[in-house]
Design a protein around this ligand. Structure first.
Ligand code: 13P
Length: 250
């Protein structure tokens, strides 16, 4: 049995002060929710204040990106060991990083290995564009992303990761993939590719989230699909309704 995992990706929203004010409002309610793993992924500068506020709570903390090198002349980047004191998770290969910041499968692969070496759980993102979806290329493209991201890794390493399938056309658009679409790609493409690379045991253990316009209105039906193990939530994780989104998923 895979435990549901719902994480909020705040993207470039909320200052440290805003993050603390928001989480102070909802943290007790989040802490009271049983049986679901929960995390928030604030902007990097808000992470220490959030970690301080959430000390001793069951709410995990994730970063939204990380570089793979240990240190050095990489202006603007954060190294794994800078995240470790505060974070349990790190989102890697989000489509916005691929689109705006030149992230590649090869880079994501290096970042996954670096995160695991430092005991951070990678949330590895994949997902096709609208054009790819309409051209019937979703399976081959997403499968290729998974093969690239998980190249030269062991099954034991892969098992420690979380994958988020986020069709780009569903991100921030209010267009959610239907349960059948999302569950179908997650099962027949994402999990099937993990099975092809690492075998059925790893494929059954690895958690695969859906992301793309998840809200308190659709979380229950999405999470009811046997192949959908949670959600990576953008916009709806910035408001108090994030609590209802998780409660409804439960
Ligand atoms: P939205 O929930 O705002 O569509 O964003 C999804 C996402 O990109 C989470 O990483």
């Amino acid at each position: 049995m895979r435990t549901l995992f719902i994480a909020g990706n705040w993207k470039m929203n909320k200052t440290a002060a805003e993050a603390v004010a928001f989480l102070s409002e909802i943290k007790d309610e989040l802490n009271a929710i049983e049986g679901i793993d929960i995390a928030v992924c604030p902007p990097a500068l808000a992470i220490p204040a959030v970690a301080d506020l959430l000390k001793g709570s069951k709410i995990g903390i994730g970063a939204q990106n990380m570089y793979f090198e240990e240190n050095g002349a990489y202006t603007g980047e954060l190294a794994p060991n800078m995240l470790v004191p505060f974070c349990n998770y790190v989102i890697l290969g989000h489509s916005e990083r691929r689109q705006y910041f030149g992230e590649t499968d090869e880079g994501v692969n290096k970042k996954i290995k670096a995160a695991l070496a430092h005991g951070l759980t990678p949330i590895v993102c994949c997902g096709e564009s609208l054009e790819q979806n309409q051209a019937g290329e979703t399976h081959d493209f997403v499968s290729g992303q998974i093969k690239g991201a998980f190249a030269n890794m062991t099954g034991a390493e892969a098992t420690k990761c979380v994958i988020a399938y986020e069709p780009i056309w569903a991100i921030g658009t209010g267009l959610t993939a239907t349960v059948e679409q999302a569950g179908g790609i997650i099962g027949n493409t994402v999990r099937a590719t993990i099975k092809e690379i690492f075998g059925d045991d790893v494929a059954q253990k690895i958690r695969i989230q859906y992301g793309g316009s998840v809200s308190e209105k659709n979380s229950a039906e999405l999470m009811a699909h046997p192949d959908i193990d949670g959600a990576l939530v953008g916009g709806a994780s910035l408001k108090a309704a994030f609590v209802d989104l998780i409660k409804n998923a439960q």
